[in-house]
Design a protein around this ligand. Structure first.
Ligand code: GLY
Length: 375
């Protein structure tokens, strides 16, 4: 088995490193602060159905493969580490507030059904039967049994432990650049001047992928940062569980999601703005999220405000990830996961490990080569 260096210790990088190591590879992962960026901010929804977009069929197939892989992936991690992987198979309730919101919800549900996805349309009253603390103004819903959530922070901690237990060397250094010999990647140069040599370099560099140094200009992937602000609230004992399922809502034309965690946390997300690498939380973002959350869940006002945080989604021109060969021999991409990083973690790790093991990208991943962008 070839050895590998993984650049970037978010969920994608950690899972890929761990999977390569369990396949028998010698693996090094380089990140000054593993798990501290987007993977720490995410709400962790596994939402192939509720986040489906018109015309993204290849991405839907990959998303469904990954949501189906999550239970075995989580079980394997938990068995190895004795720690929770954070998977909560609760299903998702999509709700709509006013009549225009209901019209949007019904149109999306029709599309979801046409794709063969499992959705059940509900009246406002039936939606409130599933989640009694929803506002009386909620006027329609769709029950989606196959969309779940993952406590992203638990998943990071458990993957870090699993990687260590599986012999992955974790180097807490920034990668300055990829090293090459001719047109082949040979390893990475670190901030402290050390180099790590490897048969394969895997770039799990998320929103910073286009800035990875050492690549010819024409091989830089078209990945850009899209900021998302997220809130974490705490539900007092008297109201627990405020929600039993992930709730996505369209409220007066705005979208919000509320993701309950075991232990009383409620994650509210997320804004979306293109401001480069700026991760400041803006007052307007917090205001909008709270406004929309309290429209559909009035007890939001009674919850403790614990945290506001912003992260950067790694977006691509077609919203789908970039997986596998890069145009530089032995450099593989595992990036561009945009809104689906937590969801796509198991399948990405599997695809990259298989590519290193066999030298061939699995068929499922072929639509996601960077070459689709003319690279
Ligand atoms: N997948 C949720 C988000 O990106 O906000």
């Amino acid at each position: 088995m070839a050895d590998a260096v993984v650049v970037g210790g978010g969920l994608i990088g950690l899972a890929t490193a761990w999977r390569l190591a369990t396949d028998g590879a010698q693996v090094t992962i380089c990140d000054p602060t593993p798990g501290a960026q987007t993977s720490n901010v995410a709400a962790g929804m596994l939402a192939p159905v509720t986040e489906v977009e018109f015309g993204e069929d290849d991405l839907l197939a990959l998303n469904l493969a990954s949501v189906n892989a999550w239970p075995a992936f989580a079980a394997e991690l938990e068995q190895l580490t004795g720690q929770p992987a954070g998977l909560h198979q609760t299903g998702t309730l999509s709700v709509a507030y006013d009549v225009d919101d209901v019209a949007v919800l019904r149109r999306v549900a029709e599309y979801q059904r046409r794709l063969g996805l499992e959705v059940e349309e509900l009246s406002g009253r039936d939606a409130r039967r599933r989640e009694p603390l929803l506002a009386t103004g909620v006027s329609g819903g769709v029950w989606v049994p196959g969309d779940h959530s993952v406590d992203n922070r638990q998943a990071v901690a458990t993957l870090l432990r699993a990687a260590e237990l599986s012999g992955v060397q974790i180097v807490r250094q920034h990668v300055t650049r990829i090293t090459t010999s001719g047109t082949t990647a040979t390893g990475v140069l670190l901030d402290n001047g050390d180099t790590v040599h490897a048969d394969y370099v895997i770039a799990a560099t998320g929103p910073w992928s286009s800035q990875l140094a050492g690549l010819p200009e024409e091989l830089r992937p078209p990945v850009r940062p899209v900021k998302g602000e997220v809130l974490r609230l705490r539900v007092p004992e008297a109201y627990r569980p405020a929600l039993q399922h992930t709730v996505r809502a369209t409220a007066r034309g705005f979208s919000v999601y509320l993701v309950p965690r075991a232990g009383g946390e409620l994650v509210v997300g997320a804004t979306s703005s293109e401001l480069g690498y700026d991760t400041r939380v803006l007052a307007g973002g917090v205001f909008n999220l709270l406004r929309d959350a309290r429209t559909v869940l009035p007890i939001t006002d009674e919850l403790e405000f614990v945290e506001s945080i912003a992260g950067l989604r790694p977006a691509t021109p077609d919203n789908a990830p970039i997986l596998g060969p890069s145009g530089l021999d032995r450099l593989l991409w595992a990036t561009g996961h945009y809104r689906n990083g937590v969801l796509l973690t198991p399948v990405t790790a599997q695809v990259l490990a298989e590519t290193v093991r066999t030298g061939t990208l699995p068929d499922l991943a072929k639509p996601f080569l960077v070459s689709r962008f003319g690279h």
